[in-house]
Design a protein around this ligand. Structure first.
Ligand code: SF4
Length: 351
């Protein structure tokens, strides 16, 4: 029998499900608390529910339907985690432990249809969107691995495989479950949604009245270069993308975060830093300069330290907010999509 998955459902929807089982709808709040506050997946331990209901839930439902199948650590702060979905597909998430809290990076699709040449996720094409249960399920399983007393996930970034805004409704549902008071209660301000620049969905997101951070993968200051690095740019070029970013910042009061992967002798020249400063001069934003995490088989490599420092200095001297962010876990396949590629290749080899 196909079991009902409880993660990914709103409190109201859980209430309807429980009402169909003959229970009062207030039981939904209790079940939500067990799932999101206590991360409990065993109905028999949900002790404030009547035993007949616990039994019924055990017969008909499951809290989550994901299973951790592999992980790799870099020894201190970053852990890449592969999870298997009920149809056998593999997705990946990253746990990053920082001084200010634990951050998880979640996937929103199996593979990705966008096909950016800098990224492993797009290389094997696109399989399917994740459901809201599968997106929140990654948070659930990782939070369960942490010490329940002291290690709470405080930040969530949607930067794993997939373009979150292409799977808009499931991603937004997951955001509301992770950020909402009924759910995990993570501050919306500590939730970041990334995009390569899907302008209509960015405008839609600006109207959602959610103070989440929008991170735009920019990687180039002009269309000529960006068309090469981020193919969706041909559809939404900078002349429409940048005004949409401004609109988002003005509408939400949140700075837009621009991600700029620093690629040796491609987008790291001083004149491109000056061009970038002009492009973003009147956008309320922050720029993250990230040395490229090279994808196996790709011709692109990370910028040198000198090029990185020079680029950063030009931006900050011209008055922009910028940070150099080291990409965690180069040595543990922690680039977007790389652990999944390794596991699926291993499975192919063993058949
Ligand atoms: S960078 Fe993002 S949008 Fe581009 S292929 Fe990778 S997952 Fe997809």
């Amino acid at each position: 029998m196909q079991r009902v998955i409880l993660l990914g459902r709103t409190q109201e929807e859980l209430g309807e499900l429980l009402t169909e089982m003959g229970e009062p709808s207030y039981r939904a709040q209790q079940v939500m608390q067990w799932i999101y506050q206590h991360r409990e997946n065993d109905f028999s331990r949900m002790t404030n529910l009547p035993s007949a209901l616990r039994h019924r839930l055990r017969e008909t439902s499951r809290v989550n339907d994901l299973q951790i199948v592999d992980s790799s650590e870099d020894g201190d702060s970053t852990e890449k985690i592969a999870l298997q979905l009920s149809d056998g597909e593999i997705i990946e998430s990253v746990l990053i432990r920082r001084r200010y809290g634990n951050s998880v990076c979640l996937s929103t699709q199996v593979g990705c249809p966008i096909g950016c040449p800098l990224c492993a996720s797009g290389m094997d094409g696109f399989t399917r969107d994740l459901t809201a249960a599968e997106i929140t399920g990654q948070w659930f399983e990782i939070q369960r691995r942490l010490d329940p007393g002291s290690e709470r996930i405080s930040h969530v970034v949607f930067m794993g495989s997939g373009e979150p805004l292409l799977n808009y409704s499931n991603t937004l549902r997951a955001v509301r479950l992770l950020g909402g008071e009924d759910g995990a209660g993570i501050s919306y301000r500590r939730i970041t949604l990334s995009t390569v620049g899907l302008v209509p969905e960015m405008k839609r997101l600006a109207r959602e009245d959610l103070p989440v951070t929008l991170a735009v993968s920019l990687h180039a200051p002009n269309d000529y270069l960006r068309d090469r690095l981020v193919p969706i740019n041909e559809k939404y070029p900078l002349e429409v993308l940048i005004p949409a970013c401004k609109e988002y910042a003005e509408g939400t009061g949140r700075r837009v975060s621009f991600e700029y992967a620093m690629i040796e002798q491609v987008n790291d020249y001083p004149e491109l830093a000056r061009e970038l400063a002009i492009l973003l001069a009147d956008v309320k934003c922050h720029i993250n300069l990230i040395p490229l995490n090279p994808v196996p088989g790709s011709d692109y490599s990370a910028s040198s330290e000198d090029a990185l420092t020079r680029f950063y200095r030009i931006l900050t001297d011209l008055g922009l907010n910028a940070t150099v962010r080291r990409s965690s876990g180069l040595d543990i396949d922690a680039g977007c999509g790389q652990l999944r590629r390794r596991i699926t290749a291993r499975e192919r080899d063993s058949t």
